[in-house]
Write a protein that binds this ligand. Structure first.
Ligand SMILES: Nc1nc2c(c(=O)[nH]1)N[C@H]1C(S)=C(S)[C@@H](COP(=O)(O)O)O[C@H]1N2
Ligand SMILES: [Mo]
Length: 433
């Protein structure tokens, strides 16, 4: 590729999709990269510098390392790209969480080692030879399976997001938090899960026609339990045994977990040991004192299980400041617990004008969807926002709208539009706009 005929990047009105520098989602392909453009100042629009010479580093001169039996990330990434783990304050009886650093990741599949994790009683070290899941209660024939037995069933492999309903809950606070973005939005991840449809196993045990709920219980010391509506269990719930092609990791529920696509993460019971078929919910701690939505009238809404339509800009974002004027790609993730993402719009002027971002397909049901849009930053202050619409036409609300709907004591299920302000120096902060 030669760079001899660099053109000055001419931006005409047809390239502009919305105010404050948002470009058409096809702009990169049509003009910026195709012409190797420079800005009017003479600097390259994106590239760092012109080539001045290449060094001869050791790795070009000597043979490399032996092959590892299980691959690892580069030593230069270690300690940089990692989960944020908030230490539990009450020992292993307290909840603790590890958060995904989305601002450092791309694509839609979260690497298994960076999948967020929430555990209320620590991570059990389960020997799969000693672990079984039982289905009992209102069934003709109670049965149990270990992982070897489960592997004999036909499996399904599907991509799903998982989100803790406590994700983004700092955004309910009166002042916008200034944590790194994974502190704010890091309790959501996407994976390819392989498992057995729960409906297959329910067929085998013969569920009573009067059954309405299934109580799922974990094999960890706190026996976390949640009530799952039978309709969901017969629809797309799976018992997952693989994640991203390998056996689920201990953090994610090794050797087997329940996976309720699109539902709040807490219902996807890890280290699954029991499914009790019944006609009423169990009213466990996690569906009464926790994971309920406190409304204006002081009452608490229970079983708001489907996660709402939501999106976040991962880049640029706090911790990634802009170093110079020029062309950037705004990118992020969108998802909905009620289906596929239909559209993501981005604003650079705090919501006055919106442009449709490009969505990278294929778009999957109840899975993270990546969006991108080019943005020409001219050095003036900006407020970057994204808003998603799902296939059922649900539009992500503004913060004002969400507060009005959910009340002042809300704690879970925050999903309003997030705002990043960019100042004239290129520094990025979380703001309420
Ligand atoms: N047995 C058990 N299952 C559990 C939990 C737990 O502490 N114990 N945490 C729940 C919560 S609150 C969430 S959000 C999800 C998180 O799943 P992940 O850690 O694989 O991301 O698992 C759920 N399943
Ligand atoms: Mo959670």
């Amino acid at each position: 590729m030669t760079h001899s005929k660099t053109k000055t990047l001419v931006v005409d009105a047809t390239d502009q999709a919305a105010g404050n520098g948002l470009m058409s989602r096809r702009f990169f392909i049509n003009s910026a990269l195709a012409t190797g453009a420079t800005l009017a100042s003479g600097a390259p629009a994106i590239a760092q510098d012109a080539i001045v010479g290449e060094g001869q580093e050791d790795w070009t001169l000597y043979p490399g390392d032996d092959l590892p039996l299980y691959g690892d990330v580069s030593q230069f990434e270690k300690g940089r790209v990692q989960r944020f783990v908030a230490p539990p304050t009450g020992g292993r009886t307290a909840s603790s969480s590890g958060r995904t650093p989305h601002h450092l990741l791309q694509g839609t599949i979260t690497p298994s080692g960076l999948h967020f994790e929430v555990t209320h009683h620590g991570i059990p070290d389960i020997d799969p030879a000693k672990h079984k899941v039982v289905i009992h209660g209102m069934v003709k024939q109670p049965l149990k399976w270990d992982i070897e037995a489960l592997e004999n069933y036909p499996t399904v492999t599907r991509k799903y997001f998982m989100e803790c309903s406590g994700n983004s809950r700092v955004c309910w606070a009166e002042k916008p938090d200034q944590n790194f973005m994974y502190m704010t939005h890091g309790l959501v991840s996407g994976s390819e899960w392989t498992g057995i449809p729960l409906s297959t196993l329910l067929d085998e045990v013969g569920v009573s026609p009067d059954a309405k709920w299934i109580i799922a219980e974990g094999g960890d010391s706190g026996s976390l339990s949640r009530s799952i509506p039978i309709d969901k269990a017969l629809d797309d719930t799976i018992i997952a045994i693989y994640q991203n092609g390998e056996r689920i990791r201990p953090s994610q529920g090794y050797p087997m977990r329940l996976l309720n696509p699109g539902f709040e993460g807490n219902t996807s019971v890890k280290w699954l040991r029991s499914l009790y078929v019944t006609d009423k919910p169990v009213m466990s701690r996690f569906e009464t004192s926790k994971y309920t939505d406190k409304l204006y009238d002081g009452k608490a809404l229970q079983f708001s299980l489907e996660m709402d339509v939501k999106s976040m800009i991962t880049r640029p974002s706090s911790a990634i400041s802009l170093k110079k004027k020029g062309l950037y790609e705004i990118t992020g993730l969108a998802w909905s617990g009620r289906g596929k993402i239909a559209k993501v719009e981005v604003s650079a002027d705090g919501g006055k004008t919106w442009a449709e971002a490009a969505i990278e397909g294929p778009v999957y049901d109840k899975m993270l969807t990546r969006f991108r849009i080019p943005w020409m930053w001219d050095g003036s202050p900006a407020i970057l926002q994204s808003r998603a619409t799902d296939e059922a036409g649900r539009l992500q609300p503004t913060r004002e709208e969400l507060l009005a709907a959910r009340g002042k004591d809300a704690f879970y299920h925050y999903h309003a539009i997030h705002s990043w302000s960019v100042n004239a120096k290129g520094a990025i902060r979380h703001v309420y706009a």
